[in-house]
Write a new protein. Structure first.
Length: 146
């Protein structure tokens, strides 16, 4: 029962965690957005991950479909390490965070190469990332003309 709960929460977090349209942000100020779905044996999770490259690190937040923040993390490409900054209480356990960090690192490498799907065979978790269209000024203008 606890293991199933762990897998459901893990997949929920990852679902929210990864996705953007083009390539992974790698230059100062670049942004990306991804729609994410994480499937486990009897459940799935979906949401959006927003990413920003700032101060030499990739900073990301995963938000579920209800707008609740599931996790904030940063990736240091020079050290090739993921650091979880903030995570929901149900996932705030060392063994869950260890799996998340490992999988996030692999996912970020995949996204860098344009691969939007990853399968964790050990925990039977599938991650699917769909790029979202970039936000443009026209989209945020709401039809107002200056």
């Amino acid at each position: 029962m606890l293991f199933k709960r762990f897998i459901c929460l893990l997949s929920f977090t990852f679902c929210l965690l990864l996705a953007e349209a083009q390539s992974l942000p790698s230059n100062e100020g670049e942004r990306a957005r991804y729609s994410v779905q994480i499937d486990v044996k009897k459940a799935y999770v979906s949401g959006i991950c927003g990413m920003l490259f700032e101060d030499g690190k990739l900073k990301a937040s995963v938000v579920n479909e209800f707008g609740l923040s599931a996790m904030d993390f940063e990736y240091n490409p020079q050290k090739d390490k993921v650091k979880i900054i903030n995570i929901i209480k149900k996932l705030d356990h060392w063994y869950i965070k260890r799996v998340l960090k490992r999988d996030l690192r692999i996912l970020l490498h995949n996204l860098e190469h344009g691969i939007y799907k990853h399968e964790n065979a050990k925990y039977e978790i599938t991650y699917i990332f769909q790029p979202l269209q970039p936000i443009t000024e026209e989209a945020t203008d709401n039809g107002n003309t200056n």
